[in-house]
Design a protein around this ligand. Structure first.
Ligand SMILES: [Zn+2]
Length: 327
């Protein structure tokens, strides 16, 4: 459903008082998720029969055709949760109602969770729901460059990188202003990484502005209008060559150092990029409740990630990597 058709106070809570009215108990949360998952009406996950289902005494839906029970939670991030849905909803509200999001420690405190690991796990489950795989691609004029995220490294310059993660960034420009963004961790700055990223995130025919790095050389052959600004031929310092990408990269780094307090593991960076993108592309949305709506909508439609897969494989069972405080 288009954002313009959604009404605050009717489709989503506008504030915390609304939130309490919307979700007095788990049954209300369940009905809300059913509405989000089956916007066009119930479709049986077993036999694809559509039509108003019955409801069992436990609140499950029963298909009138195959008579199988269907749970709106099955196969979503809430799969087999033992925690009341209302607490999950509060977590989603906490994550979306703050401009810069939440970190695991903050979430643990606000929700009164006994375990830091639970808060960490929930945040990561929500992060996996933040980017729709079928999202629209960027179009028009797009500025592209890479940025390096991670600790400071001495004696490494240019595009060499040792411990830092490389993040490819594409920024859509609307009348010179920053529009939507896409970010991706790439293993290197080769043509297959950079051109591969851009062909995934931008529609053919878009104009793509880059610097003279050979990794972008194949863009014209992929149906893009490639505009190159060569650094050495330009009197401007590097940061004004691709100013929009530079701005997005510095906001990303500030968010990682601020909200996440710098403590992110490289293998989880793709999901932090998803959260950054989710927030950034909705930054002008005045209704925070709309973000809450979108997050739950995607949470109930995206696949389920088993908790064990969220953890780094240490061989010693699940061990989360803490978002530690900077000393
Ligand atoms: Zn059925």
């Amino acid at each position: 459903m288009l954002a313009s058709h959604l009404r605050g106070g009717v489709d989503y809570p506008r504030n915390r008082v609304d939130f309490d009215g919307f979700f007095p108990d788990d049954q209300a949360c369940l009905r809300y998720l059913e509405r989000l998952r089956w916007l066009e009406g119930f479709v049986c996950p077993c036999c694809a029969h559509s039509g108003t289902p019955w409801r069992s005494s436990r609140g499950l839906l029963i298909c009138r055709y195959c008579r199988k029970h269907a749970s709106v939670l099955a196969g979503t991030i809430f799969h087999r949760t033992r925690t009341p849905l209302r607490i999950w909803f509060l977590a989603a509200w906490e994550i979306t109602s703050q401009k810069y999001g939440a970190n695991a420690l903050g979430l643990q405190r606000v929700l009164g969770l006994r375990s830091y690991q639970t808060a960490w796990t929930w945040l990561h489950k929500f992060r996996r729901a933040m980017v729709r795989p079928d999202r629209d691609r960027l179009s028009g004029t797009v500025e592209a460059d890479e940025s390096y995220v991670g600790g400071e490294e001495a004696a490494v310059s240019g595009r060499q990188t040792v411990k830092k993660a490389i993040v490819a960034i594409a920024v859509e420009l609307n009348d010179g202003k920053i529009g939507r963004v896409r970010l991706r961790c790439v293993p290197d700055v080769s043509a297959s990484s950079l051109v591969g990223f851009l062909t995934d995130v931008a529609v053919p025919g878009s104009t793509i502005n880059t610097d003279g790095w050979p990794g972008y050389g194949g863009l014209a052959g992929c149906g893009f209008d490639h505009k190159v600004t060569v650094l050495s031929a330009s009197p401007d310092p590097a940061h004004v060559l691709m100013p929009s990408v530079n701005r997005v990269a510095s906001l990303l780094k500030r968010w990682i150092l601020g909200t996440l307090q710098g403590g992110i593991a490289k293998e989880h960076l793709p999901y932090y990029l998803d959260e950054f993108t989710f927030r950034f592309n909705r930054r002008s949305s005045r209704a925070r409740g709309l973000l809450f709506y979108r997050l739950l909508e995607q949470a109930v439609r995206c696949g389920h990630t088993p908790t064990a897969r969220l953890y780094k494989g240490t061989g010693r069972g699940p061990r989360p990597i803490k978002e530690r405080k900077r000393g």
